[in-house]
Ligand binder design. Structure first.
Ligand SMILES: C[S@@+](CC[C@H](N)C(=O)[O-])C[C@H]1O[C@@H](n2cnc3c(N)ncnc32)[C@H](O)[C@@H]1O
Length: 257
């Protein structure tokens, strides 16, 4: 990942690209792929969002410090016998983690990045799945098209980093609820934290992180109210706010049917 590539891929200025790189590249060693590893060239050719340890000293050179986020999510230590759906999976870090924790079946879904609509692609997921010898399944499908008929129903659903990309957040959560049998783990950007009533910021342009694909910033009562509205019986704030990026607090919610 370098300024030129980021600038081209995200269609932003060099100064904006430098700011983003400074924020996200917390582990300098992760940017280095050891020469001689058989997949080093393939790994380097991909714009990675997730930092995935592929073994043999190869860690994907990512935008996001994914291992830092993992412990904040409260994913159960073991998922033996459970089915897991990872919506907006991108490179699949959390799908592979669910499989590592014993999930019986894992389905990773994504739409924008996997369809070439963002600055990423499905290439990272495909490569990581191959190198890790993973059996995680994949399906390219919009969040709004998720239903028991299209993807099935899963014991545990991950919805990380996707809610604020939704133009229709309540509708999206309705679809997510429809495919959740037991538990949803939701991670999202939040805003308007000073307001104690359900409220949500709207970003019609690139107000949030210079990214025009960010649409909304709900506060804690708003996320909790939306989750209850779409049918979750119990909702708790698991952790947060976390500040991986200044001015973009994140929270993690757990919700049960
Ligand atoms: C910020 S990334 C989060 C990736 C990963 N879940 C994580 O937390 O690290 C947002 C992801 O949501 C996906 N996404 C955005 N809008 C979507 C939509 N309408 N349907 C399905 N996926 C979508 C993007 O393609 C991208 O992979």
């Amino acid at each position: 990942m370098n300024v030129t590539k980021l600038k081209r891929d995200m269609k932003i200025t060099a100064r904006q690209a430098m700011r983003i790189l400074k924020r996200f590249t917390a582990f300098p060693q992760a940017r280095h792929v050891p020469a001689g590893h058989q997949s080093a060239d393939a790994v380097s050719a991909i714009t990675w969002f997730h930092r995935i340890d592929l073994g043999n000293g190869v860690v994907t050179p990512s935008v996001e410090n994914t291992p830092e986020k993992l412990p904040t999510l409260g994913i159960p230590k073991r998922l033996d016998g459970l089915s897991v759906l990872d919506i907006g999976a991108w490179d699949g870090f959390f799908s592979f983690e669910a499989e590592r924790r014993g999930a019986r079946r894992v389905l990773a879904t994504d739409y924008i990045c996997w369809g070439g609509g963002g600055w990423g692609s499905q290439a990272g997921f495909d490569l990581a799945r191959r190198v890790l010898g993973s059996k995680v399944e994949d399906q390219r499908i919009d969040v709004l098209d998720h239903s028991p008929q299209t993807v099935g129903v899963f014991d545990v659903v991950f919805f990380f980093g996707v809610l604020y990309h939704m133009r229709h957040p309540l509708l999206a959560l309705e679809r997510v609820a429809s495919v959740t049998k037991e538990q949803l783990i939701l991670e999202t950007h939040v805003d308007m934290l000073d307001c104690d009533r359900p409220a949500m910021a709207f970003y019609p342009g690139s107000e949030l992180n210079l990214d025009p694909t960010n649409w909304c910033g709900p506060n804690r009562p708003m996320v909790e109210a939306m989750l209850k509205t779409v049918g979750f019986r119990k909702v708790v704030l698991h952790s947060g706010p976390h500040y991986y990026v200044p001015c973009s607090p994140r929270m993690v919610f757990h919700a049960w049917k």
